[in-house]
Design a protein around this ligand. Structure first.
Ligand code: NAD
Length: 434
């Protein structure tokens, strides 16, 4: 048996802070409050609902993950966030129209008490939004200090033992890393000099890490994956994870593509198109913001299918992703996939997927799991990139030089085996003897 890690117990309150109090975060908070009040199962949450096999099959040991690993309890979570538009979580939930009024009404008092803190926001990065609830500081260093003061105030007022931050804010305009991101020193000097290459989300990451708060990035913009942030997280011993919640069409892609590859079926093309009518869709309607999302979505097939290793099957793929803003659908996205595959003797076949999904309903349990697992990682003394959480992310960060794993089933094995290892259990290999 491996030695278990020395994991500090999950005593006291865990503050879950979300930059962005919009559709995803308000749906996440409402669902946790409902589960707490009614005892209804938090559907879709792996940390709360999935079992984990331990030891050999014949031993019949298969506890719930939440009973196996020392995770924070739902009753111990307290919520906070920043937003330049929403006044509080209740207003956000009503404005985004994801949940029915009967579900909101039952938790409305608690939701109304979750007041948005003034955001570090700059419309240059999100041109479609007109944010007014913003911090008065104009210098980026001062903004980071103001965020750190918010974090500390929240900790004291809510009597938090620990905190985690999950970015649920809008997708920022596309950018490549620049010199200012190369080291902690360059980033700090850049903030003081108001460097144009530093976006608001990066200032939140800096403030979180300096406050000892683990940070997970649910959007595709650059933040935790910058060299300066990786260095800072390792230096300060704080976990980070990114990026972009794996929901909707990309979730389907990472389910189907590994299946095709497992059976050595070829792929000629994959055309994905979506209609989406929420605020996220409106932000992504701006080409510079869509470019960030497109990059995140396009990487998936390449890493799963390995065209260099399988040129006959995957050496010539046309992969196209489109998102169109279409207000009548609100948060209820419809995503179509036309998949052109080929098999024995090269004969072509087609698969069509029409996924009528609810974006925030798929994303909310991911926020919960990321918050609980990032807190666990922190108590287990982990720092730097938490690659084992790539299961939840569309463009996962790799901890080392190797490319990240994209196949959902390998990611699931990695997540469960990491938990087994930390708790002093043998990994499950699914071999004939296993
Ligand atoms: N819903 C999904 O399935 C899904 C999947 C993957 C990624 N995402 C990403 O998650 C994020 C949230 O999605 P959503 O549907 O809740 O969007 P949303 O537009 O409803 O909410 C985002 C909120 O962030 C706020 N915001 C913008 N800039 C901010 C800043 N600098 N600081 C604080 N708040 C800021 C906006 O005012 C808005 O209320 C988006 O980036 C989206 O691309 C969502």
């Amino acid at each position: 048996m491996p030695e278990p890690l020395d994991i500090a117990p999950a005593n006291g309150k865990l503050g879950v802070l979300t930059p962005g109090l919009g559709a995803v975060s308000s749906t996440f908070i409402a669902g946790v409050l409902q589960a707490r009040a009614t005892g209804k199962p938090p559907l879709g949450s792996v940390s709360q609902m999935a079992h984990i096999r331990l030891g050999k099959r014949e031993q019949g040991r298969s506890p719930l993950i939440r009973d196996f690993a020392p995770l924070a309890k739902l009753d111990d979570l307290v919520f906070g966030g920043w937003d330049p538009i929403s006044a509080n979580a209740l207003e956000a939930a009503r404005a985004c129209g994801v949940l029915e009024e009967k579900d909101i009404a039952a938790v409305s008092a608690e939701m109304e008490g979750i007041i948005a803190m003034d955001a570090v926001f700059d419309p240059i990065w999100v041109s479609r939004l007109d944010g007014t609830r913003v911090k008065s500081e104009t210098n980026k260093w001062d903004q980071a200090m103001a965020l750190m003061a918010d974090i500390e105030k929240f900790r004291v007022e809510n009597n938090c033992d620990r905190m985690v931050m999950v970015w649920c804010g809008s997708t920022e305009a596309y950018q490549q890393p620049s010199e200012v991101h190369e080291s902690i020193e360059a980033f700090e000097a850049g903030m003081k000099a108001n460097d144009d290459n530093i976006s608001p989300s990066q200032i939140y990451v800096y403030a979180a890490l300096q406050s000892g708060v683990p940070f997970a990035n649910g959007a595709p913009n650059l933040s935790t994956d910058l060299a300066c942030m990786i260095q800072l997280s390792e230096k300060l011993g704080v976990p980070i994870a990114g990026k972009d919640f794996k929901t909707g069409q990309t979730l389907m892609k990472t389910l189907i593509a590994p299946g095709l590859k497992a059976r050595m079926l070829g792929l000629r093309g994959w055309f994905s198109t979506n209609i989406l009518g929420n605020r996220d869709g409106e932000v992504l309607d701006a080409p510079e913001n869509f470019k960030t999302k497109e990059e995140s979505k396009l990487g998936v097939l390449h890493t799963i299918l390995q065209p260099d290793t399988y040129p006959d099957l995957y050496g010539n793929i046309d992969h196209v992703v489109r998102i169109n803003y279409y207000p009548p659908r609100g948060d209820n996205k419809e995503g179509w996939d036309a998949i052109d595959i080929f098999g024995w003797m090269g004969y072509p076949m087609q698969i069509k997927v029409d996924f009528l999904c609810r974006d925030s309903i798929l994303a909310a349990p991911i926020v919960l799991d990321l918050a609980l697992f990032m807190d666990l990682a922190s108590r287990a003394g982990q720092s730097g990139v938490q690659e084992w959480l790539s299961f939840y992310l569309k463009a996962p960060q790799a901890a080392g030089e190797l490319p990240p794993e994209q196949d959902l089933f390998i990611q699931q094995t990695k997540l469960k085996n990491t938990l087994r290892e930390w708790m002093g259990e043998e990994p499950v290999t699914h071999s004939e003897a296993g």
